[in-house]
Write a protein that binds this ligand. Structure first.
Ligand SMILES: *[C@@H]1O[C@H](CO)[C@@H](O)[C@H](O)[C@H]1NC(C)=O
Ligand SMILES: *[C@@H]1O[C@H](CO)[C@@H](O)[C@H](O)[C@H]1NC(C)=O
Ligand SMILES: *[C@@H]1O[C@H](CO)[C@@H](O)[C@H](O)[C@H]1NC(C)=O
Ligand SMILES: *[C@@H]1O[C@H](CO)[C@@H](O)[C@H](O)[C@H]1NC(C)=O
Length: 427
């Protein structure tokens, strides 16, 4: 079979961010490897697969004629004809990671959707122009964007070979599949990853066309692993952002945002939907992250990061907080910078908020000290100690530094509410 990917003649010069991406990838693979080994027991065939995939390529990979493909559909998490209900970038990335992970496990080239659905609320550059006249903004009518405007598929392919479903290779695969008929393809649903790999009726096929969960792709990974969901680490996709987005912040190839920031630290402050509260049946506000609203306020950030970020440092803030000037109190100690400071540069590059998120992530990754909202790995610095994982336990938000007192107030309030109810009932 003849699906050779043209081999790259000479290694491209690698920029620091590129090397960083490779390092992240290596860590990602080690992590993926160890978690698959630890959950699935020893699997020498998988470790062999890993050898093949992770062999240093230095841009000189020669694909042999054994290329086999895995296709999950042409839309991430957009089961129906309409994409209006698609999720934000984070959810879709979880799904994409789930699919990539399976391709990696099956040693197949993953056929990536060539477009990603954009949630309508992110389909404009709202973040860049917080207080400006909305009507002057360009109109962003498309409900999707090109996948390769977000990710560098060559960079992804260094780890997990991918092609896009509008590429020449894909059309070649489809025409070969047509000729081969049932010997070339199986259209499957609900077949386990292990069966796809081990059973010869699947493993020899040129193309596995697998219908992913109509809820969202990442459910496919949840089914298989009750402990954690997707094993390919979160950090993988941020590290393979499209070149255009990486260049926007890259000091060497394009002296732009990073050069303007100089030597800087950064914080990712997640507020927005994460601080959402709801009332319980007693009318008491509850939150899934009871300390998050407090811990992401400037006063608390100032005291939390004191030990990590010396006064006078340039501090870049990436946040979904929309209140103008919300983080200004931090400027008593730091030189502050936001994406909005670079709107002129970003305007030329950014077409939607997904791209902006990705650029912000590149900036966060390039900081000397980078602080996350939630701790994701042991080595992470974080603003809050609340776990990121949705625990499903709705708790009363805490706003003071003294938790015991707050608990006491909450308790008193609840007792008061209860007795109030009783009184009403008795009347
Ligand atoms: C935008 O600005 C123009 C003129 O500056 C004004 O007439 C218009 O009402 C503004 N629109 C909005 C939505 O604020
Ligand atoms: C994959 O399978 C689905 C349904 O099983 C089908 O609608 C679709 O056309 C198939 N795609 C390819 C590329 O064969
Ligand atoms: C989760 O997986 C472990 C081991 O694979 C198994 O013993 C356990 O019963 C599973 N739990 C659930 C809730 O499926
Ligand atoms: C960014 O803009 C804010 C005002 O929005 C300003 O206080 C700050 O100094 C600017 N930072 C840089 C690095 O220009």
């Amino acid at each position: 079979m003849a699906f050779y990917k043209t081999s790259k003649a000479k290694p491209k010069p690698r920029s620091p961010i590129h090397l960083f991406a490779i390092a992240i990838t290596a860590i990602a693979i080690l992590f993926l490897f160890s978690s698959i080994i630890s959950t699935k027991g020893s699997s020498s065939s998988f470790s062999k697969a890993l050898d093949n995939v992770v062999k240093p390529r230095n841009g000189k990979q020669h694909r042999t004629g054994h290329e086999k493909y895995l296709y999950w559909g042409d839309r991430i998490d957009c089961p129906g004809k309409h994409c209006e209900s698609c999720e934000g970038l984070g959810h879709q990335e979880s799904s994409l990671r789930c699919a990539l992970e399976e391709a990696f496990y099956l040693q197949r080239t993953f056929v990536m959707p060539s477009r990603m659905c954009i949630n309508p609320i992110h389909n404009k550059k709202g973040i860049l122009h917080q207080s400006s006249n909305a009507s002057s903004e360009e109109r962003w009518t498309a409900s999707s964007c090109a996948m390769d405007s977000l990710y560098d598929t060559d960079l992804i392919s260094d780890t997990i070979p991918v092609i896009l479903d509008n590429s020449k290779e894909w059309y070649k695969v489809l025409s070969t599949v047509m000729k081969l008929g049932a010997r070339g393809v199986a259209h499957l649903e609900r077949v386990s990853r292990v069966d796809l790999k081990q059973k010869s009726q699947y493993s020899n096929l040129l193309l596995i066309n697998r219908t992913a969960s109509p809820l969202s792709w990442f459910m496919e990974c949840k089914d298989r692993n009750n402990r954690s969901s997707v094993m390919l680490p979160y950090s993988f996709l941020p590290s393979v952002a499209a070149k255009r987005l990486r260049d926007c912040c890259n000091k060497d190839s394009y002296p732009q945002i990073k050069a303007l920031l100089g030597d800087y630290d950064a914080i990712h402050v997640r507020r927005g939907d994460k601080i959402k509260t709801r009332k319980d049946r007693f009318g008491v506000q509850r939150s899934l992250h009871p300390h998050l609203d407090r811990d992401t306020r400037p006063e608390f950030i100032l005291s939390r990061i004191e030990k990590w970020v010396p006064p006078g440092r340039m501090l870049f803030i990436a946040s979904n907080e929309r209140t103008p000037g919300f983080f200004s109190p931090l400027s008593t100690r730091y030189k502050m910078a936001y994406s909005s400071n670079f709107s002129q540069i970003l305007d030329a590059v950014v077409e939607n908020n997904y791209q902006l998120f990705m650029i912000e992530r590149v900036i966060l990754m390039g900081a000397k000290t980078s602080i996350k909202t939630f701790k994701e790995n042991d080595a992470d610095l974080s603003l809050t100690d609340d776990p990121k994982k949705n625990t499903k336990a709705w708790q009363i938000p805490v706003y003071t530094a003294d938790e015991k007192r707050e608990w006491h107030f909450a308790l008193v309030h609840r007792q008061w509410q209860l007795s109030n109810r009783k009184n009403v009932g008795n009347r």
